[in-house]
Design a protein around this ligand. Structure first.
Ligand SMILES: Nc1nc2c([nH]c(=O)n2[C@H]2C[C@H](O)[C@@H](COP(=O)(O)OP(=O)(O)OP(=O)(O)O)O2)c(=O)[nH]1
Ligand SMILES: [Mg+2]
Length: 334
């Protein structure tokens, strides 16, 4: 093609970016050190969104896999060789001038001392302090993913209080715990939640309640969990940003509803058939991954999955696994 014509076409394209909705595939790494801090870098002068902070990484090249791009970008930008990593969360974000599809990875082992090869500043930050840095607009769900644990435990239905209390110290450290007791009246549920909240705090468990969202702040719990039924009545975020807002999702319509309501993270299933929901729709791992891929937020896999299935869950972009029976020594139907 004639060079002048080519230049002219490029110029025209620059003028109508809003008409050409380019989608950019990006791989980014959340490098975690032994102290549990994560590495962020400041975008250097001359790049788009200069001055904002980000998880190091860059564009996936033609013919390259996301994991290959991750390793290459971390070497190019930081002089670090990533040797152990796994998928974290996948995000599609629409900036006004471009659409970005971000494949993020949790990097748990690397060699080399990070240094800003592009003269960019960088910092090791505890996940709960990441809000102190102006991160790129797409990165909120990555921060949520870094702050959340790998296990989401539900209480067995009808478990007695003594068994519940004695089981708490045996749960994985830092786990989310949903107090799910559908047979209790609201008053009995609230009383039980009030007795459990201090113990959960002491043990570092994140207590999630599923009745009136106002109960969460009142009792000092960690957040609110919306069942699919509760979610259908929810058009906006029902509690303050400082608390977690989770939702159960089984299909695309419920996913859209959870996104509209502004849920921070989801529980998606059933991945496998379970005795407790024999008639429930089974997604399989591929159905799970299809929903997780559109979620734009961390997603736990539920339904016939156990902590030992975690690696498989990660491979399908899960935050981790959720369940009942795998976590308690009392008999349960799940
Ligand atoms: N690396 C990274 N990019 C992000 C994050 N969040 C986010 O929206 N992005 C966007 C910003 C950019 O539009 C795109 C990454 O492109 P980039 O400019 O870093 O690409 P690159 O490293 O290959 O740089 P270049 O050589 O092409 O300039 O993804 C993030 O946390 N990390
Ligand atoms: Mg980059």
């Amino acid at each position: 093609m004639d060079l002048r014509l080519q230049l002219r076409l490029c110029e025209d394209q620059r003028r109508i970016p809003h008409l050409i909705r380019r989608s950019i595939a990006v791989a980014a790494g959340c490098i975690v050190n032994a102290a549990g801090e994560v590495l962020i870098a400041q975008r250097p002068e001359g790049k788009i969104a200069a001055g904002k902070w980000e998880f190091p990484g860059g564009k996936i090249e033609v013919g390259e896999r996301a994991d290959q791009a991750l390793v290459r970008e971390l070497e190019e930008e930081l002089g670090v060789h990533a040797s152990a990593f796994r998928p974290l969360v996948r995000i599609t974000h629409d900036y006004s001038d471009r659409k970005v599809v971000l494949d993020t990875w949790l990097v748990t082992a690397f060699s080399g001392e990070p240094h800003g090869r592009e003269q960019q500043a960088f910092a090791w930050v505890r996940p709960e302090r990441l809000f102190d840095y102006p991160l790129l607009g797409a990165d909120g769900p990555i921060v949520a993913s870094l702050r959340l644990p790998q296990d989401y435990v539900f209480t067995p239905e009808g478990i007695d209080e003594a068994a519940l209390v004695s089981g708490l110290p045996l749960l994985p450290k830092g786990a989310l715990l949903r107090l799910r007791q559908p047979a209790l009246s609201d008053a009995a549920y609230k009383a039980l939640a009030g007795r459990l909240a201090p113990a959960c705090k002491r043990l570092g468990l994140l207590l999630m309640l599923d009745r009136d969202p106002a109960m969460v702040a009142e009792l000092g719990a960690a957040g609110w969990h919306a069942s699919a039924a509760a979610l259908s009545a929810q058009t906006s975020r029902p509690l303050a940003e400082e608390f977690w807002f989770a939702a159960s999702v089984h299909n695309e319509a419920e996913l859209a509803q959870a996104q509209k309501a502004g849920a921070d993270f989801l529980v998606v299933g059933s991945v496998n058939p379970t005795p407790s929901h024999p008639q429930g729709k089974v997604l399989g791992w591929s159905g799970f991954a299809a929903l997780a891929d559109q979620a734009n937020r961390p997603v736990y896999a539920i339904g016939g999955v156990r902590p030992r299935d975690r690696e498989q869950a990660f491979a399908h972009y899960a935050q981790g696994v959720a369940g009942i029976s795998a976590y308690w020594s009392v008999p349960s139907s799940s």
